[in-house]
Unconditional design. Structure first.
Length: 99
């Protein structure tokens, strides 16, 4: 397997993107978006995760098997997040006796 070396400019741009997304996450925390606050925060977090995985973990230049393992892990993470969110959404849907 050959090593691919990214330029310092690429890493600087990725760093600037991560800083921008971190500021966006903080800004979203102060804006009342109602139930969409969590969704927007998760979308920003996924964008940051993709930047780190693709550039700092060098997944852009890795083998197909490595990419398949990463996609499988992300699919599993997505399933767990959907199950967690569905549990949180349905909390309180059934009335508690005595309240």
């Amino acid at each position: 397997m050959t090593e691919h070396i990214d330029s310092v400019k690429t890493y600087a741009l990725v760093f600037a993107g991560l800083i921008f997304l971190t500021v966006a996450t903080t800004a979203v925390a102060f804006v009342d978006l109602g139930p969409f606050s969590v969704v927007v925060a998760l979308v920003i977090a996924v964008c940051k995760m993709l930047l780190v995985a693709l550039f700092f973990m060098h997944l852009r230049h890795s083998t197909r098997l490595t990419k398949l393992v990463v996609v499988g892990g992300l699919l599993w993470l997505g399933i767990l997040l959907v199950l967690t969110m569905s549990d949180m959404v349905t909390r309180g849907a059934l009335g508690v006796p005595g309240r």
